[in-house]
Design a protein around this ligand. Structure first.
Ligand SMILES: [Zn+2]
Length: 127
């Protein structure tokens, strides 16, 4: 598209206006990008800890980040001989960052525990 009106004249300021519109659009995008990165930050995520699924994931990611992957099942009555996968399980409903509020369970024990099918007798571990 040419920067001319119907009579073939150049339209003054057209380019500038277009440039400005592009500029403000760019600023909008920057704003969105910044708020997204803020949401991904630890502080905002922590406010979402409400015992819902998102909160569970946030807590799980936090514990893995700080204490590494779960590598054993602390349920002394774990029926699995050699479970292959282990997960952190929260033993409180509160948003907490204490190591003692989490236990390591194999997948099977974790599912049963979350469903309320089993109580967990914890194996003592050095923390
Ligand atoms: Zn287990």
């Amino acid at each position: 598209m040419r920067d001319r009106d119907l009579k073939g004249r150049f339209i003054k300021g057209h380019k500038k206006a277009g440039g400005f519109a592009k500029g403000s659009k760019h600023r909008e995008e920057s704003k969105i990008r910044i708020s997204e990165s803020l949401e991904g930050s630890f502080g905002i995520k922590s406010r979402r800890w409400r015992g819902n699924n998102a909160g569970y994931v946030a807590k799980h990611l936090w514990i893995v980040k700080h204490y590494g992957k779960a590598n054993k099942c602390q349920n002394v009555e774990c029926g699995f001989d050699k479970p292959k996968r282990f997960e952190w399980a929260s033993i409180t409903d509160k948003p907490t960052r204490k190591r003692n509020d989490y236990i390591m369970l194999c997948c099977s024990c974790h599912r049963k525990y979350d469903m309320g099918l089993i109580g967990i007798t914890l194996e003592e571990v050095s923390l």
